[in-house]
Design a binder for this molecule. Structure first.
Ligand SMILES: [Zn+2]
Length: 339
């Protein structure tokens, strides 16, 4: 995968940036090797379930998926210089959650053990299982196509050897410091991540739209069943991600009413930022602060529960400071042609 060292003056929009240094390279090689070993183990432990998941993966036309993501971004007025798509899918038996996307290895991980348990409970590989699979893999794929960057570096702090990590996934930006060689021998980690759940809400919305487009174009999938599931998903309010989607909708609506433009145009602005990374973290925070106040912006950035997201969505005020919206409109200007 193409690597461009950051800080070369020009801001490059879109794609995946990996910090080009020795620590990042070494950790990536280590992680890749670990993923390959873990995959071998999972394929050995769950051969039948793994085969079903591999067949499902092969049945997806990834070229069509990539084309759809590019079209989707372009329709939102994103002028991307680079576009990334995940380049590998690993099937693992030990994974937090059902799937994830990792920027460092540019890969999607699928939890075979989790699907195996699901297959056993319900008689294995039903169309509901398949829909859950394709829904989730589109979600993770969306993360990989949004703007992503990652870097690791080594520091000595108080004579302690540390590795720090920073990352960006769409709207989310985070950093972590790991004390890898503490005097008491224990690992320690300080992680801070901003706009994580807002980013999940936007990811869900985008993946819904692209999956819907995919099933329209690809008639050999069960369109009706996917449509039913998507409608169910959109109406659902069960977990953090559902609450995050609701906040995204409420935000887009509040901004649109305030600016006197359609919600669609505001939404396309979100999409544009998701794929391009045009605004910095500070600019995103300032934008929300200007429109909804400092406290609101900080709370959205830090939100880590469905309850908090719901509170934020229902607290959206009537906005009166028209001049501040100009900023947002300026940013949205290019997405006016969006369909
Ligand atoms: Zn996600």
């Amino acid at each position: 995968m193409e690597q461009i060292p950051p800080g070369n003056g020009k801001k490059i929009l879109g794609g995946r940036v990996v910090m080009d240094n020795e620590v990042t390279g070494r950790v990536r090689d280590f992680e890749t090797e670990k993923l390959e070993k873990e995959e071998e183990k999972a394929l050995g432990a769950y051969p039948e379930t793994a085969q079903v998941l591999i067949n499902w993966t092969h049945a997806i036309d990834w070229q069509v998926v990539t084309d759809l993501f590019i079209e989707y971004a372009v329709r939102s007025g994103v002028s991307l210089e680079r576009f990334n798509a995940p380049e590998r899918i690993y099937f693992l038996s030990e994974l937090k959650g059902i799937m994830d996307y990792r920027a460092l290895t540019n890969s999607v991980q699928v939890n075979v053990a989790e699907f195996d348990a699901q297959f056993r409970a319900k008689g294995g590989g039903s169309s509901k299982d398949w829909i859950r699979f394709i829904r989730t893999i589109f979600h993770e794929w969306t993360h990989g196509t949004g703007v992503v960057s990652i870097g690791l570096d080594r520091h000595v702090i108080d004579k302690v050897d540390c590795v720090s990590t920073y990352w960006r996934y769409g709207f989310e930006q985070g950093a972590a410091a790991n004390w890898v060689m503490r005097s008491d021998g224990g690992p320690d980690s300080h992680t801070r991540s901003l706009f994580r759940l807002l980013n999940e809400g936007i990811t869900e919305q985008i993946s819904h739209e692209v999956l819907w487009e995919y099933v329209q174009r690809y008639p050999n999938v069960n369109r009706g069943a996917v449509a039913d599931t998507l409608v169910e998903d959109i109406a659902r309010d069960a977990d953090n991600y559902d609450a995050a989607r609701y906040l995204v909708m409420a935000l887009a609506d509040a901004m649109a009413r305030y600016a006197g433009i359609s919600t669609e145009i505001v939404w396309r602005g979100f999409v544009r930022e998701y794929f391009s990374g045009e605004l910095s973290l500070r600019e995103i925070r300032d934008l929300f602060s200007d429109l909804f106040g400092n406290d609101f912006s900080e709370r959205v950035a830090a939100a880590d529960s469905a309850q908090e997201l719901r509170k934020l969505a229902s607290s959206l005020p009537h906005i009166t400071r028209t001049d501040l919206v100009e900023k947002w409109l300026e940013h949205l200007d290019e997405s006016h042609g969006a369909k």
